[in-house]
Ligand binder design. Structure first.
Ligand code: PMT
Length: 414
């Protein structure tokens, strides 16, 4: 993995040489890019010695730019990691400013961006920093940490940079492709998010799905080199890099958009929370509150997942089961009734499953099951997609299964 390691001006920069060692131990090639403030905390001599590459810091260094320009560096990177990441660099990246080499690379790269924040806990908790963190996460930037504990300033709180080994592990857990992923050459169609079913021009029936799980599945499938089409209900998430997103609103539209692309798909993953019912006849004008009570007649929406599973020669079909009780019983019933190859069961409720960054799941298929403990949806998705690929090849794989290349260190197989 080619890693551009950005180092910014925080006291945790003194840990950078150790972080470089940890990344290199895992096989990474590391190119360091320091800001001017970082040079106050750690020397480029030490960093050059551990990385084996000349440290870059100046956007206007003609000699270095001739060897590898900032644009070439941005293209070379499989991931841009900034550790430590100060409040200042977070704000710069949010604003799109590019006053130095590091922020220019951040703007010019298509590689995933990961930040390991490190700062005083009051700075971390400042609403401005938290707003920047939220925007960065919205844009798909991976925020690693920070940790909680004693700080260099003598105070306690959230803001410590994660330990170097944890950062290195997290970077290799992002699911960044090397081009030899498990799903290379496979077309994967994924549904995500909620649907909205109109009651009248201003009201609708929907649910609490944020799309985070489905989008994470899409990112994980791309990381395994699949061609991914994401059929998305209305969500507030950026399109994952490398994914073709088709936006829909209603269950009917999601059904149509899915069937428009499913014919040559190898795998279908239904992570969307599709409405089961819609109003029979949405009112043309806003309904006025004339009566004390009212009834809305509902009719069943098409079951997208079951319809794909029923296709002759259709794709390997994976459903999700969102359950508040009797998880296994209900999930297994859906597996059988909808004739699925696999079902990913997750508990949902006011405080779990929907619209959260973490999730846990149990996966069932005809002859087996596997549990996945609570983890960030991005990490869980990496593991789930690995399992989907494993089961896909077990059931359908007539050709050669690519070697597992990346994804999680925990489950690394060769
Ligand atoms: O989006 P997040 O906030 O990240 O939350 C994630 C999630 C909880 C929505 C996700 O993990 C999940 O469980 N998605 C499936 C939600 C759901 O509708 O489950 P279900 O048990 O009601 O439906 C079973 C399966 O049938 C699902 O794969 C669903 O996509 C599919 N279905 C359901 C109804 C329908 N009309 N068409 C369908 O395709």
């Amino acid at each position: 993995m080619n890693i551009v390691l950005g180092i910014t001006g925080g006291i945790a920069a003194y840990k950078a040489p150790d972080l470089v060692r940890r990344l290199k131990e895992r096989g990474a090639d590391v190119q360091i890019v320091m800001t001017a403030s970082a040079e106050e905390f750690v020397t480029d001599t030490a960093l050059q010695a551990v990385s084996g590459r000349a440290v870059r810091s100046n956007l206007w260094d003609k000699e270095a730019e001739r060897a590898m320009s900032h644009i070439e560096l941005a293209r070379w990177a499989d991931v841009v990691l900034i550790a430590p990441a100060t409040a200042e660099v977070m704000a710069r990246i949010v604003s799109g400013g590019a006053p130095d080499l590091l922020t220019t690379i951040c703007l010019a790269t298509e590689a995933p961006l990961a930040l390991a924040p490190a700062m005083n806990h009051v700075m971390w908790n400042n609403p401005a920093t938290q707003a920047n963190r939220a925007v960065l996460e919205q844009r798909g930037v991976h925020i690693l940490g920070p940790g909680v504990g004693s700080q260099a300033c003598g105070e306690e709180g959230a803001g410590r940079m994660l330990e170097t080994d944890a950062i290195a592990a997290a970077v290799f857990d992002l699911g960044i492709s090397h081009g030899e992923g498990l799903l290379k050459g496979k077309k994967v169609v994924i549904t995500a998010g909620p649907t909205r079913e109109s009651i009248d021009p201003v009201r609708y029936i929907s649910n609490r799905s944020s799309g985070k799980m489905g989008y994470a599945m899409a990112r994980a499938a791309v990381a395994q080199d699949a061609e991914v089409i994401l059929i998305s209900g209305p969500v507030d998430l950026p399109a994952p890099p490398g994914v073709e997103v088709r936006e829909v609103t209603t269950a009917e539209q999601m059904y149509g958009a899915t069937h428009a692309v499913i014919e040559d798909a190898d795998i279908f993953i239904a992570a969307a929370a599709v409405a089961d019912y819609r109003p029979v006849a949405p009112a043309e004008q806003k309904i006025k509150k004339k009566r004390e009570a009212m009834t809305i007649e509902l009719v069943r929406c098409p079951d997208i997942l079951a319809s794909v599973a029923a296709l002759d020669g259709g794709p390997f079909t994976v459903g999700f089961a969102a359950e508040t009780e009797r998880l296994e019983e209900y999930a297994r019933a859906k597996l059988v009734n909808k004739k699925l190859d696999m079902i990913i069961a997750n508990r949902v409720g006011a405080d779990r499953g929907f619209d959260r960054d973490d999730n846990a799941a149990t996966v069932f298929w005809a002859a087996g099951e596997r549990q996945f403990p609570e983890a960030r949806k991005s990490e869980l998705a990496n593991e789930l997609v690995e399992l989907v690929a494993e089961r896909y090849y077990a059931l359908r794989g007539t050709g050669t299964q690519p070697r597992l290349s990346i994804i999680s260190n925990k489950n690394r197989r060769t």
